[in-house]
Design a protein around this ligand. Structure first.
Ligand code: MLT
Ligand code: ZN
Length: 455
């Protein structure tokens, strides 16, 4: 297999060195075996196609690999697969000003798209803490969300077209940047969120938006989780929000220590809401704050007076993942409809002591779009394997609450290997069978990312 790969690519772009296998064979998860056979670095669509055809002919498996910032082990190679890295397919290929579409190779880093758009007076609105490393191909494959979803939606909403290499080694150009295209099944959307199980996303046409107005950031102290939703409703009545995030006191404790940041408020609260809105809505936001204070929903608040202060407030939210990483959290990425959030949080609040006795929980997330991250922290002294086993055994208790409200057990992180065996809590068996049939149609030999997504 390795020799044949070296016939397709220059030998220096096929590696089996241990440190390369360890580096490119994993994502941000730390609890899965990392054991690829090789890592390859194609530079063209033709090379990706040739690798895929070889895998079909020789019967070996492929794992697509982008910025490796995933949290569900969708890009972990545990079983001797060949990792296909897009690090060398990182060119911005074209920009069409009239269409406001930028065509990228899969390996373009998200932050480079942000910078490219900014240089042209435009804006790519999908953003998250890992945007300095994550790649566009991975964003498409996981339908990445992030911190601006409440106003701008998910990656899916910004994809005008994609070029893919299917698991069978066929190149498909899907949608070609059209706004309107009523010609049957939109296969583009099958690949968005398919986690590398149907084929490789090799190029993407991203839509760019008007740049946003200057913004303000507010952080509010909230003592009862339920009140966060009253605050959201009150603000939304008068203020167009571009973000409505929340995090718990435990998260503030970790992130302020980890990044040496100042606490947001003089007093501490059980929870904090972070709001972002256009500066021209400042007085409406202040009125909503006063009312929230008078209603007893919030205990204190601060509003950014400069861009630097806005960035410092955002850092409190964006630094959480890295600050709790040493505690190798078991990550839950749950979503319900926004209208169901209060009832769902109530259910979870009451059940947490029963489901996770004696374990510390770090709450944060994008509560404004119905997505909460419930991170169970590993207690010191418990091995990683024992901790994950314990959490896996407890997951059904939590996922039943999600299923009862028709929610999602993975809102934006994907299923990968982490949530694969729990997929049935969010998708019916009929749906999973149809997903399998789609996989068979596009990847008949099952070479693409086996063991991920589908139980
Ligand atoms: C976030 O919201 O910060 C990301 O989804 C990452 C995470 O959940 O750790
Ligand atoms: Zn998130």
């Amino acid at each position: 297999m390795i020799e044949k790969l070296k016939e397709l690519l220059p030998p220096r772009r096929v590696t089996t060195a241990k440190h390369d296998l360890d580096n490119w064979g994993r994502d941000w998860t730390r609890n899965f075996v990392v054991a690829p056979s090789a890592v390859v670095f194609p530079e063209t669509v033709e090379e990706v196609t040739a690798i895929t055809r070889l895998a079909n002919a020789e019967g070996f498996a492929l794992v697509p690999s982008g910025g490796r910032t995933g949290l569900s082990a969708g890009a972990v190679a545990s079983h001797g697969e060949v990792v296909v890295s897009f690090d060398r397919m990182n060119r911005i290929l074209d920009f069409n000003e009239a269409d406001r579409i930028v065509r990228c190779e899969a390996g373009v880093v998200t932050a480079n798209v942000h910078a490219f758009a900014l240089d042209r007076g435009l804006f790519y609105p999908v953003d998250f803490a890992s945007s300095g490393s994550s790649q566009i191909g991975g964003n498409v494959a996981t339908n990445a969300g992030g911190i601006k979803v409440i106003r701008y939606g998910m990656t899916r909403d910004w994809i005008a077209g994609i070029k893919v290499v299917t698991g069978a080694g066929e190149v498909l150009e899907l949608n070609r940047g059209l706004v309107k295209n009523a010609t049957g099944y939109d296969l583009r959307h099958l690949f968005i969120g398919s986690e590398g199980t149907l084929g490789f996303v090799v190029e993407a046409d991203l839509r760019l938006a008007e740049p946003p107005e200057p913004s303000r950031v507010m952080v509010l102290g909230v003592d009862r989780m339920q009140d966060i939703l009253s605050v959201l409703t009150r603000f939304q009545a008068d203020v167009a929000l571009s973000a409505f995030e929340f995090f718990s006191e435990l998260a503030v404790d970790r992130v302020t220590r980890h990044r040496s940041l100042a606490r947001p408020l003089a007093s501490s609260s059980a929870f904090y809401a972070l709001l972002e809105f256009d500066a021209n809505a400042e007085s409406a936001a202040l009125a909503a704050f006063e009312e929230s204070l008078a209603s007893g929903w919030v205990s204190d608040g601060v509003m950014s007076q400069s861009d630097a202060q806005a960035r410092a407030l955002w850092a409190l939210r964006e630094g959480i993942t890295e600050s709790i990483a040493p505690e190798t959290p078991y990550k839950n990425d749950l979503a319900v409809r926004v209208s169901d959030v209060p009832g769902f949080l109530d259910d979870v609040d009451r059940a947490v002591g029963r489901i996770y006795p004696e374990l510390e929980i770090c709450w944060f997330g994008h509560i404004g779009d119905g997505n909460v991250h419930l991170n169970i922290l590993r207690p010191p002294g418990l091995t990683l394997a024992a901790f994950y086993e314990r959490c896996d055994a407890m997951s059904p208790g939590l996922f039943e609450l999600v299923a009862a409200r028709g929610g999602s057990i993975s809102a934006e992180h994907g299923v990968g290997m982490l949530k694969r065996d729990f997929l049935g809590f969010s998708r019916s068996s009929a749906e999973i069978e149809i997903m399998r049939a789609v996989k068979t149609a596009l990847d008949p030999k099952g070479v693409m990312n086996p063991g991920k997504l589908l139980p």
